[in-house]
Design a protein around this ligand. Structure first.
Ligand code: ATP
Length: 202
C-alpha cells in the first residue's frame, strides 16, 4: 500500500508550488484531484453521459464538451442539483484517485486535494499536510494571479473552509506566507520524515 500524504490548502495558498517542489526535488509522484475531477467528465465518459441525460444537451458546448461554467452556475443556485452532481461524481473521483495512487512508484505519494477539508477526504490519506498562508497575503496572491477585485477574492475565501478548520485536521503544516525560497527547507525536512514514516528509507 502506498503511503499517501494529502496536500491541501485554500485558494492560492501554494499547493501547486509545493507539489512541484516535492516532484522536482525528490521525484515524488503527485496525484491531483482537480485533474481527475476534469477527467471523469471528459468526452466519452459515463460521467458526462449521466450529466447530459440529467440536465439535457444544453449543458454541452458546441464541440460536445461539458459547459463547466453553466454547470457551476446551476449548482451554485440549487443545492439539490449540487448534491445530485456530488453523488454522481464523488465516488468516481475517489475511485480514480485510488487507481492513480495504486500506480505510483515513489516511496510515498502526494495526493493534492484542494477541498480535502470541505469534503472530509482525510480517510483517503495517511497524513494531512496543509499549506498555510496568512489570509491577507492569500487574498493579494489571488487578486494578482486571477486579476480579480478585493471583494471577489474575499468572497471566494469565505466560501472555503477557514484557515483554522484546515489547521485543525493538519498533521503537518508548511508556512507559505513568506518568500518562495523559504519553502524548500520545510519540504526537505518533511520529505525525510515521510521517507521514515513510509518505511522506504532503508
Ligand atoms: P489554487 O488552488 O488556487 O490553484 P494553489 O494553492 O495551487 O492555488 P499556487 O498556484 O501554487 O497555489 O500559488 C498561487 C499563486 O501565488 C501563484 O501565482 C504563485 O506564483 C504565487 N505564490 C505561491 N507561493 C508564493 C510565495 N511564497 N511568494 C509569492 N508568491 C507565491
Amino acid at each position: 500500500m502506498t503511503f499517501v500524504v494529502g496536500l491541501t490548502g485554500g485558494i492560492s495558498s501554494g499547493k501547486t508550488t509545493v507539489a512541484n517542489l516535492f516532484h522536482q526535488q525528490f521525484a515524488i509522484d503527485v496525484v491531483d484531484a482537480d485533474v481527475i475531477a476534469r477527467e471523469v467528465v471528459a468526452m466519452g465518459t459515463t460521467g458526462l453521459a449521466a450529466i447530459t441525460e440529467h440536465f439535457g444537451p444544453t449543458i454541452l458546448n458546441h464541440d460536445g464538451t461539458l459547459n463547466r461554467s453553466q454547470l457551476r452556475e446551476i449548482i451554485f443556485a440549487d443545492a439539490h442539483e449540487k448534491s445530485w452532481l456530488n453523488q454522481l461524481l464523488h465516488p468516481m473521483i475517489r475511485q480514480q484517485m485510488q487507481y492513480a495512487l495504486a500506480h505510483t512508484t515513489s516511496p510515498y505519494a502526494l495526493l493534492v486535494i484542494p477541498l480535502l477539508v470541505e469534503n472530509q477526504l482525510q480517510s483517503m490519506t495517511d497524513r494531512v499536510l496543509v499549506v498555510d498562508v496568512d489570509e491577507t497575503i492569500q487574498i493579494q496572491r489571488t487578486m494578482r494571479r486571477d486579476g480579480i477585485s478585493y471583494p471577489h477574492a474575499q468572497n471566494i475565501l469565505s466560501a472555503q473552509a477557514t484557515r483554522a478548520e484546515r489547521l485543525a485536521v493538519a498533521d503537518d503544516v508548511i508556512n507559505n506566507s513568506a518568500e518562495n525560497h523559504q519553502l524548500l527547507p520545510q519540504i526537505t525536512e518533511l520529505h525525510q520524515k515521510y521517507l521514515a514514516m513510509s518505511g522506504r528509507n532503508l
